[in-house]
Design a protein around this ligand. Structure first.
Ligand code: UDP
Length: 372
């Protein structure tokens, strides 16, 4: 055996784990099906504009976990970007997540926080135990706000009716009765100063990386290279879909360079209505207000939701998916030489900071708690 660990996937989980192993004197080989490192965090400068584009959609780093923040800051500095999302509904632009500004603008009111509580209470419907995303949303904000800002967007994003989705997805979005309109409430937030790719280059410095190779196409040969395997790809693919195919949602991007300085005035504009085919437009220039971008051009990326099982992004988690995943999780436990981690292997809607925390914890566990 040449290596202590073969790490399948050069995304966040695999790279953090590789970095920790190398730092603690273990030998690692990292492989990835794609031709670049960084997984879905991969970023690159767009042609001559130099605008840092997040190739798989805007990634905002945010965490309240001091350990995760200290760790990631070893590999990059962050700017002071604070994420704010706007959404276009009909001919108007509103603030997301739903806050007092959204409520007042939508209903043409000028409520104060205490009035807004009572107002929302009058809109809410009592549903004892909301069983799905729609019921949950209606129990939180009522039918009108749900219909305007959640229903259409969610149908586009997930390709199904919100009644088929777990209630938990919507609890990612806070509902606020103040004008506070920051998308995340975490203590730390920002965009890596030079984008995400340099973070991965630094984490993987000195680590052999093979790109454009598929572990599952020749898994026995790969396995022979290392004592243990870390697998970060889709869990159902690892087990040859023996319990069936989990539902995944993917996204497709359409990138345009425009000869205007500022297209939409913000980094992410959501489109709530189903009559607009895309879910959002990203304009990455706005992620780096500290940079003197050339005013003669900008880059925009339209995001469309789709199904592409070769490029899964989001676990859907329909009820049958959850049952199927439980079966895969049992099989996973029997794989004593393989560690599973990350969004695709765990079939969980993790954010970057959660994946880093999980990879650090997993590395520590591998050492029996004696890692740095
Ligand atoms: N969502 C919505 N309207 C919006 C934004 C979000 O209905 O304008 C719902 C939608 O169901 C989405 C979920 O909230 O899938 C989580 O949104 P988030 O912005 O966290 O999604 P991500 O950025 O991870 O794609």
């Amino acid at each position: 055996m040449q290596y202590d660990y073969l790490i399948v996937g050069a995304g966040m989980f695999g790279s953090v784990f590789a970095q920790q192993m190398r730092e603690n004197g273990r030998s690692v080989l990292v492989i990835d099906r794609r031709r670049h490192i960084g997984g879905n965090c991969y970023s690159y400068p767009y042609e001559d504009t130099g605008i840092l584009v997040h190739a798989y959609g805007t990634h905002i780093f945010h965490t309240s976990d001091q350990r995760v923040w200290d760790y990631i800051n070893r590999f990059t500095g962050f700017n002071r970007y604070q994420h704010r999302v706007l959404t276009t509904h009909g001919e108007r632009v509103f603030s997301m997540p739903i806050n007092l500004g959204t409520i007042n603008a939508y209903f043409g009111l000028s409520l104060r926080p205490a009035d807004a509580d009572a107002f929302l209470a009058s809109k809410r419907e009592t549903i004892a135990e909301p069983q799905n995303l729609e019921e949950k949303a209606i129990s939180l904000i009522g039918r009108e706000l749900y219909g305007a800002f959640i229903r259409g967007y969610t149908r586009k994003q997930w390709g199904c009716d919100p009644t088929e989705l777990p209630a938990g997805i919507i609890t990612r979005l806070p509902i606020r009765t103040s004008f506070h309109d920051s998308y995340f409430d975490d203590v730390y937030q920002g965009i890596p100063l030079e984008g995400y790719t340099p973070i991965f280059e630094r984490m993987l410095a000195g680590v052999p990386v093979e790109l454009g190779v598929d572990f599952l196409a020749d898994r026995e040969a790969w396995r022979r290279k290392a004592r243990r395997v870390v697998y970060t790809g889709p869990i159902d693919r690892y087990f040859d879909h023996c319990h069936g195919r989990l539902n995944w949602r993917s996204v497709r991007f359409e990138t345009d360079r425009l000869a205007e300085s500022d297209h939409q005035g913000t980094s992410v504009m959501n489109f709530a209505d189903e009559s607009v085919p895309y879910t959002r437009i990203h304009e990455p220039k706005h992620l780096h207000l500290e940079k003197p971008w050339n005013p003669s051009g900008t880059v925009i990326i339209r995001e469309y939701s789709c199904v592409d099982n070769d490029a899964p992004y989001y676990p859907v988690n329909f009820v049958p998916d959850r049952e199927m995943y439980t079966k895969y999780a049992l099989l996973e436990q029997k794989e004593s030489h393989t560690v599973f981690g990350g969004r695709l292997a765990k079939y969980k809607y993790f954010d970057m900071h959660q994946v880093i925390g999980a990879a650090l914890a997993m590395a520590k566990k591998e050492f029996g708690g004696d890692a740095h």
